[in-house]
Write a protein that binds this ligand. Sequence first.
Ligand code: 3PG
Length: 228
Amino acid sequence: MTSPSTAEVEQSGSDRGSRTAALLAPAGVIPVCRLRSPSEAHPLADALVAGGLPLVEVTLRTPDALNGLEAIAGRSDITVGAGTVRTPQQLRDAVAASARFVVSPCLTDALAETAHELDVPFLPGVATGSEIQRAVDAGFPIVKFFPAESCGGLAALSALAEPFSDVRFVPTGGIDVRTAATYLDHPSVLAVGGSWMLPEPLRAAGDWAAVRDLIAAATTLARPQVTA
Ligand code: 3PG
């Protein structure tokens, strides 16, 4: 494959950034789910829709995650993406399963190339200044700050946002409903990701009404008015 020119990377980065922002910013919160089994797909989607947050990132951390993702993608009332995507093959599999966006805990040359080739909204994971610049250079102006709380939380994000004022962040990792609100107050934060509203014990117990209520509580968080 021929490498894109710098101008092409910048143009496509800005287009993809706008599409990513349009997809994720209205929700403000990205529910992250490690599906216990594909049979959770529809009750999960029903709870997200009923709770008023019809968006979910399904992590590829369980053997059948792609089947669950594909089942959710077959519905017209919810937007589903793939998370924990670390290799080009996983990225291809996620897009083949109809993921509308892709989230990674990292960034490699191969991932960047494949995301450009497939033209899919892609959030690379970053935790340092060098990683942020690498993501920008590769054409990804919106990044997942991960693992947010372990990497210094809002104080670290605020310090990084100063020199990287052109970057929009999606902090994820260890965030709860209280800390989510403080991240969302930051002008460089596009959205926050987290699994706090989808606790495994409630899902295992089949208490989808309680899950729906946690999702509804997440929708009351402030939504930042920023564009990529
Ligand atoms: C992720 O992969 O983004 C995180 O595992 C989600 O973080 P959380 O479970 O700590 O919210």
